[in-house]
Design a protein around this ligand. Structure first.
Ligand code: HEM
Length: 143
């Protein structure tokens, strides 16, 4: 039973990619996380000009993929956190907010599929809010 549970946990970690989670130096202009953030941002910008449901869904899938890939990394600012307990707490909070971002992108996808513009606008506003909150909390100041 114990063996089974730990195997399950390991499989989950492998699937989610947390096994390689690590902060990347703020000295690098473009971090692996910022590359995925750029991909996310670019997909959402292109969404404004997309016309068909298929085109919109494909861009949202791309945005979702970037969020999942980004989960393999931690914000560069975390490098400066030396207290292990504090770092663990910040890491949990960061992953939680990234999960919320992913859920919002799924809700955006549902709104597109339902062709529900009101819902789409509502979810899009929440995406803007979470971006603001995520950057305020986790993005290091430019040096
Ligand atoms: C719609 C939502 C979001 C968009 C469009 C977005 C977009 C971006 C962009 C364009 C950058 C700059 C990349 C560069 O310097 O080239 C960035 C950086 C960053 N974003 Fe976001 N972001 C979003 C949500 C979030 C959320 C929710 C979090 C936290 C949970 C977050 C955490 C960060 C961090 C930490 C960086 C700096 C990269 C690093 O430390 O390596 N972002 N984001």
């Amino acid at each position: 039973m114990i063996v089974k549970t730990s195997f399950k946990s390991l499989a989950l970690i492998a699937v989610l990619g947390f096994g390689f989670i690590a902060p990347v130096s703020a000295d690098e202009d473009e971090t692996p996380l910022s590359e995925q953030m750029d991909e996310l941002s670019g997909s959402l910008k292109r969404l404004r000009r997309a016309e068909s449901v298929d085109e919109k869904v494909a861009l949202i899938h791309n945005a979702q993929g970037a969020v999942v890939k980004g989960l393999a990394f931690l914000p560069s600012g975390f490098e400066k956190v030396k207290d292990a307990k504090e770092l663990a707490k910040m890491t949990a909070g960061y992953k939680k907010m990234t999960g919320q971002l992913f859920v919002l992108l799924c809700e955006l996808e549902e709104a597109v599929l339902a062709e529900d513009e009101e819902k789409y606008d509502e979810v899009y506003d929440k995406l803007k809010d979470i971006k603001k909150e995520g950057h305020r909390t986790y993005k290091a100041e430019d040096e």
